[in-house]
Write a protein that binds this ligand. Structure first.
Ligand SMILES: Nc1ncnc2c1ncn2[C@@H]1O[C@H](COP(=O)(O)OP(=O)(O)OP(=O)(O)O)[C@@H](O)[C@H]1O
Length: 242
């Protein structure tokens, strides 16, 4: 019997707070290598808080978070990133004045890999996001929303991260651009990375994902295999109230 690969991300009974507000009340989930896992739920369910807890940006006062086998609760975000976690937040955070090429070069330098590997990583990202090639010398903060998200995901890939946390990056984008980004994330997972995808468009997320977790009021109320859920027409209505 083949052993299951070790998860890249394991949350076990995570309790997180904003001040006195107890927002996550025991969240458990895993993401394995090559897996795209969707985290769904209504507004205010705790999806962003889950992602921010992993990155050390929220006060976690119970439970365990492991990234690639390393306990990360209590570590600052830069150390979580060093454990192999790339975070692509909703607001994408482009540095104004830096071109796309410079964004990629900075990410490559940060990876501390040998130069030929850095260059290969940039070439790889341009294969995944060919739309960026004509814009390499443009100020990244002036690109369209979808292109900026591609730069943000590209930076995480160039850094050599094994796990990507992607928080609502399709928000406000045209449906065809959102679908392109989704397909690219699926490709990234198919190449062996783990992807945790927070997505408002539950239908799209369910189509892309291998597994799905649904949060409500800070707890996982449902989880399952995405293929099985796609085959169940009543599931979306029952669990996501769509
Ligand atoms: N900085 C904060 N301070 C206090 N409470 C917060 C803060 N950020 C979020 N909350 C609260 O925590 C709860 C979970 O919010 P969170 O942003 O994680 O939800 P979400 O599922 O990502 O929702 P959305 O889809 O609206 O982004 C909500 O009740 C929200 O009001």
């Amino acid at each position: 019997m083949r052993a299951e690969p070790r998860p890249l991300l394991e949350l076990d009974g995570v309790q997180a707070y904003y001040g006195l507000a107890h927002v996550l009340q025991g969240v458990s989930l895993t993401v394995g290598p090559g897996e795209l896992v969707a985290l769904l739920g209504r507004n205010g369910a705790g999806k962003t808080t889950t992602v921010r807890s992993i990155m050390g940006l929220v006060s976690v006062r119970g439970g365990r978070i492991r990234c690639d086998g390393r306990d990360v609760v209590g570590l600052p975000a830069e150390q979580v990133a060093r454990a192999g976690v790339g975070y692509v937040p909703e607001d994408r955070r482009m540095f104004p004045g830096l071109t796309v090429r410079e964004n990629f070069r900075l990410a490559a330098l940060g990876s501390r890999r040998p130069r030929p590997q850095q260059q290969a990583a940039v070439r790889r990202v341009l294969e995944v996001f060919p739309q960026l090639e004509p814009h390499l010398d443009r100020d990244a903060s002036r690109l369209s929303g979808g292109q900026q998200q591609m730069v943000a995901v590209g930076r995480a890939l160039i850094c050599g991260q094994k796990l990507l946390l992607v928080d609502e990056i399709t928000q406000g984008l045209a449906p065809n651009i959102a679908a392109d980004l989704g397909r690219m994330l699926r490709r990234v997972a198919d190449e062996g990375l783990g992807v945790l995808l927070v997505e408002q468009n539950s239908q799209m997320a369910l189509e892309l994902a291998d597994r799905v977790f649904v949060l409500d009021q800070g707890v996982v109320v449902h989880s399952g295999d995405a293929a099985a859920l796609r085959a169940d027409p009543t599931w979306m209505a029952q669990h996501l109230q769509l």
